[in-house]
Design a binder for this molecule. Sequence first.
Ligand code: ADP
Ligand code: MG
Length: 404
Amino acid sequence: MKIVVQKYGGTSVSTPEKREMVVRRVAEARENGYQVAVVVSAMGRNGDPYSTDTLKSLVLQEHNDVSLRELDLIMSCGEIISATIVAATLVKKGIISRALTGSQAGLLTDGCYGEAEVVDCRPEKVKESLAKGEVPVIAGFQGTDSKGEVNTLGRGGSDTTAVILGAALKAEKVEIYTDVAGIMTADPVLLKEARIIEQITYGEVCQLAYEGAKVIHPRAVEVAMRNNIAVVVRNPDDSSRGTLITGESSLLQGSYSTRGRRAVTAIAHAVNLVQFLIEFKDTDPWKELEIFQRIGEADVNIDMISVFPSVKAFTVKEEDSGRVEDIIRKLGLTYRLEKNCAKVSVVGVGMHSIPGVMARVVKALNEDNIKILQSGDSNITISLLIKEDDLYRAVKVLHGTFNL
Ligand code: ADP
Ligand code: MG
């Protein structure tokens, strides 16, 4: 029998009405001949009683020195609560169901508290449950390591749980239900004219996610790509629409040429960035290595890195900028900071075979008087660092320029 894994995000399980919609989507898939395994996130968003952030602050308020082990234990509870409630809702509606923790669902993690990776998945209990005709409801975002300790998978981790289970169960597809209608041409919260993308490649979604579009976790997309599992992103209230994420081949089926392909598929953005510009003189070239080494040792991620003989430029998240300043000061280097920066990234598999994409980006931003502070690129992405105040206008003008 064909299997589908359905993952429901926090808002999709937050109220009794929303959970009714979950039941409807599960029933519908069963009517269409699927065995259904459900993965859930913690209910609601920050501030809601059982959200991950609320549970975390519950302990941190009084005990800010709590160990990472205990923090992971409490953070894993939100999904367990959610799984129990969703399973009970299904039972009430006549669908036999059982709730399972990540550990019971066989997700084995690497022991890295707060940011664990899944190293193996042996979903025996999930298979048993499916074989009995039940709907197993699995707590996302968690697993246990080889010592039996609970680990959480980091923000967006339930997406990864769903795709890994999909691969382990040899599911036909994984459906990610969220609070937007699919993967859109830009974040719909920022740009209301953003449109749903009907079909997109794994590579593009991964890149969008890395560049700040949190609609799906990049690790989940990587797992889907490696296992060639189709992923659908949609809204539980509007399941007739949505986005299909697949390999490039299905997009280009029957096509021999790249002409007519879209250069840009979507735009992602990230905020709260600080740009560092460090001056270098002939007398201190040895500090080049030292600076990057020290930043690495401080566990700070740097981005948009440009190295020239006389200047080194990069960005960091605002929360890390103080630590980086300390490092640079200790090395006695002269530097300049540009605070309140944002990064806009245009992403598209078509762009590497279509000339002139950068020219169109620059023209659009210039005409709108948006200053480009720095740029970076990969084969399917061009990123521009700009001031946060210009972000909305930049996304809007680029969205128009590439006819998204
Ligand atoms: P969930 O709780 O269901 O996992 P998330 O909040 O993690 O939901 O992801 C959905 C959010 O992703 C949307 O509310 C939207 O603001 C944001 N988002 C950012 N970029 C995009 C995009 N390109 N398409 C759709 N949503 C996006
Ligand atoms: Mg999410």
